[in-house]
Design a protein around this ligand. Structure first.
Ligand code: BT5
Length: 260
């Protein structure tokens, strides 16, 4: 169960690092669904070593340890499971959040939350004396949500749930809600693959139908976002009608009005 065991810190470098350490401990190793949550982070990070603004007393910074019977190439859509959970729960509080594939959560033009998924360990499936052990990936899913923060560094186009809803939010309740929603999305994905996420993703995707630009295979390409592919990549159709898959990286949104 995601959130079955929760370890709390007043402050740590990064909850992803604490979760990775816990996941690798020999004694008292993190179980599947174990969570590290901190009131503040001294070195909270995003992708590619970018910083995550993590002051104390107002927001949520947490990381979930997942032990999944999935090979590494099936892990990336787990980021979408986390993003869907955040959107779903935020939307019950009266704000309209959407996912900018693959890991950013926005309300309007401002960023509310981010997800950082990192692979911790990967055990190979082995066969001994006729017994085979399945592959297991240990994955750390870090989530930062601006909950009650009201002032952000000017260079960040950020918002918080409290700013959007006009009221202070109970962080512990919000955390519990996100963890139980995430539990359901991860279960659905592990049982049925990306098709289990497709519809909800379409409903929450900021980029659906938009004209975007991204680097694909070292080349900048622009096109209209079609939907998710079976492996969780983003499908793009260029002006010649050719489809491309964005597997990772930055996406620049050019908007609908620039279409064709
Ligand atoms: C992300 O990266 O959005 C993933 C952020 C994950 C943070 C969580 S907190 C718990 C766990 N422990 C960690 O150490 N990390 C995870 P990326 O897409 O690379 O976006 C990073 C960019 O978001 C930065 O370069 C800033 O522009 C912006 N940013 C930083 N802090 C922000 C904040 N609090 N709110 C909104 N935007 C922020």
């Amino acid at each position: 169960m995601i959130g079955g065991t929760i370890r709390r810190f007043d402050s740590c470098e990064s909850t992803n690092d604490e979760a990775a350490k816990w996941a690798k401990q020999i004694h008292d190793r993190a179980p599947h669904g174990g969570v590290i949550v901190a009131d503040s982070q001294r070195a909270g990070r995003g992708r590619l070593g970018r910083q995550w603004h993590s002051p104390p007393g107002s927001n949520l910074y947490f990381s979930v340890v997942l032990r999944l019977a999935l090979p590494p190439d099936k892990v990336p859509p787990i980021t979408l499971c986390a993003g869907l959970a955040v959107c779903e729960v935020v939307n019950t509080r009266g704000a309209v959040a959407s996912i900018k594939w693959p890991n950013d959560i926005y309300v309007g033009k401002n960023k509310l939350a981010g997800v950082l998924t990192e692979m911790s360990t990967q055990s190979q499936g082995t066969v001994s004396e006729g017994q085979s052990s399945p592959v297991e990936s240990t994955v750390i899913v870090g989530i930062g949500v601006n909950v009650n923060g009201s002032a952000f560094p000017p260079e960040l186009a950020a918002t918080s749930l409290a700013l959007e809803c006009g009221e202070t939010i109970d962080r512990a309740i919000l955390l519990g809600d996100i963890l139980s929603s995430m539990h359901q999305w991860v279960e659905r994905y592990c049982a049925h693959g990306v098709s289990a996420l497709q519809r909800a993703f379409e409903g929450h995707s900021m980029l659906s139908g938009q004209l975007v630009r991204a680097k694909i295979g070292g080349q900048l390409r622009s096109g209209k976002v079609v939907s998710l592919s079976d492996d969780g990549a983003l499908r793009l159709r260029d002006s010649a009608g050719i489809e491309h898959k964005i597997i990772a990286g930055e996406i620049e949104c050019l908007g609908e009005e620039c279409d064709e």
